[in-house]
Write a protein that binds this ligand. Structure first.
Ligand code: GLN
Length: 213
């Protein structure tokens, strides 16, 4: 189609024609929540399912879900090594919950053979709060994001047991246990901002994407 409305129609079909190009790893988990939030912030979102999809993005979100399943599928689809290499080369990445586990250099409570993409200099403990029934919501102070506190949903959540010298804690529970970290252009949270309508972590991630692209 051509003519004066062609651009408008193309935009209506595929989202904004400009804005940061980001991917959401779409193998399993809460892909739709992240994609909706990122589109609402003006990003152009690609669902990443094949290695080729990585060529058109400047940042990647690893969703919440089940890290063991996402790990297995990523290896099956030939995505693990390209994602690992892209992270090592500086790709901005935001991981929530299972996504945090996938970003961690070290995990406790992994299943046999479980691997991560790595990048964050942290040790993450899977299912640190117990099972599904031990899921909870709470308000968290996140000094880097300012007021108001973040309303955070923890769903079979991991904890960050140890923060290595290259990473920085962004948020902790009142007892001091760390639940959000940042390292350069990498952000990881134990909880799910995408399910409570909290957009500030995604905006921070997009700031990293814009700064690096
Ligand atoms: N317990 C899950 C895992 O190990 C993470 C849960 C979540 O992402 N909500 O992958």
């Amino acid at each position: 189609m051509s003519g004066p409305h062609a651009g408008v129609l193309a935009e209506a079909r595929s989202g904004p024609a400009s804005g940061p190009r980001v991917g959401v790893l779409a193998l399993q988990g809460d892909v739709r929540e992240h994609a909706g939030l990122l589109s609402g912030l003006g990003a152009r979102v690609t669902r990443v399912r094949r290695p080729d999809d990585l060529a058109v993005i400047d940042g990647l979100v690893l969703p919440g879900g089940e890290s063991t399943v996402i790990d297995k599928l990523a290896r099956l689809y030939g995505l693990r090594d390209p994602i690992r290499d892209a992270i090592a080369a500086g790709l901005p990445v935001f991981g929530t919950c299972a996504g945090l586990i996938l970003l961690a250099d070290r995990i406790v409570g992994a299943i046999e053979g479980q691997q991560t993409f790595g990048g964050l200099d942290v040790t993450v403990r899977r299912n640190a709060f117990g099972g599904q029934v031990d899921s909870f919501e709470t308000d968290l102070d996140v000094p880097a994001l300012g007021a108001p506190p973040v309303h955070a949903a923890f769903i079979r959540a991991p904890l960050i047991d140890q923060v290595g010298p290259d990473a920085l804690a962004l948020a902790a529970l009142p007892d001091g246990r760390v639940v959000a970290v940042e390292q350069g252009a990498l952000i990881g949270t134990s909880f799910h901002p995408e399910v409570t309508g909290e957009a500030r972590f995604h905006r921070r991630f997009l700031d990293h994407v814009i700064a690096r692209s």
